[in-house]
Design a protein around this ligand. Structure first.
Ligand code: FNR
Length: 181
C-alpha cells in the first residue's frame, strides 16, 4: 500500500522532515512511501488560478495524492498554527477533492513541551473540512522532538518509536478497511 508523506517544514535540517524519513524506514515493507517535495513550489492558492488548467505544480500534488492509498502529515507549529505552506497545499485540494475519504495520519512535532498541540488541532480541523478519515490512533503530538532523534536521524526514544509503529499499523488498517468497502 502506497503512502504519500508530507512534512510541513521547508527548513533544510527540519526535525519534522527528519522524522518523516525515519518513519518511512520504520514502516513494515508492505507500506511504500513517496515524500512530497513540492510544498515550496506551489503558488499561493487563489480560486482564480484554480480553473480548468491549474498550475503544473498543483497538478503534480493532486496526482501524487490520487496515487496514494493514504497520507501521513508531520508538521511543526508556527505561531500556534500550521505553517502557511502546508495550509496552502491543503487549500489546493478543496475543489479537487483528493483528500475526500482518504485515510490520513496527523503528527505534529515540536522542540517545546506541548508537541505542537495548536498546530495539531488546527490541522485536524482542516482535515475534517477536507473529509479525510483520521483514526484516533492516527493522531500524535511529539514534544521535545529534538531530543528524540539521534545523529543518524533515527528515532532514539523507545516510547516515540512504539507510538509511531502503532500509528502506522492503524493507518494501514484504516486503508484496508476503506478499500474493503
Ligand atoms: C516556531 N516554533 C514554535 N513552536 C511551537 O511549539 N509553537 C509555536 O507557536 C511556534 N512558533 C514558531 C514560529 C516561528 C516563526 C518559528 C521559526 C518557530 C518553534 C518550532 O517548533 C521549531 O523551530 C521547530 O523545530 C520547527 O520545525 P522543524 O523545522 O524543525 O521541522
Amino acid at each position: 500500500m502506497h503512502i504519500l508523506t508530507i512534512s510541513g517544514s521547508l527548513r533544510a535540517s527540519s526535525t519534522n522532515t527528519t522524522l518523516v524519513r525515519a518513519i518511512m524506514r520504520l514502516a513494515p515493507s508492505h507500506m511504500t512511501f513517496t515524500l512530497y517535495e513540492g510544498l515550496a513550489d506551489l503558488p499561493h492558492f487563489s480560486p482564480d488560478l484554480d480553473g480548468d488548467e491549474p498550475p503544473a505544480t498543483v497538478r503534480t500534488l493532486r496526482q501524487q495524492l490520487q496515487n496514494a492509498a493514504g497520507v501521513l502529515i508531520c508538521t511543526p507549529e508556527y505561531a500556534f498554527g500550521v505553517p502557511g505552506v502546508l495550509k496552502n497545499a491543503l487549500d489546493w485540494t478543496v475543489s479537487s477533492g483528493e483528500f475526500s475519504d482518504k485515510p490520513v495520519a496527523a503528527i505534529s512535532a515540536s522542540p517545546l513541551w506541548g508537541g505542537g498541540e495548536n498546530a495539531h488541532a488546527s490541522l485536524l480541523l482542516t482535515l475534517k473540512a477536507l473529509g479525510t478519515k483520521v483514526p484516533e490512533q492516527g493522531k500524535l503530538m511529539i514534544p521535545h522532538i529534538n531530543k528524540k532523534l539521534d545523529a543518524n536521524g533515527d528515532i532514539s526514544d523507545t516510547e516515540t518509536r512504539q507510538a509511531l509503529t502503532g500509528l502506522l499499523e492503524t493507518l494501514a488498517q484504516t486503508i484496508t478497511a476503506a478499500s474493503d468497502k
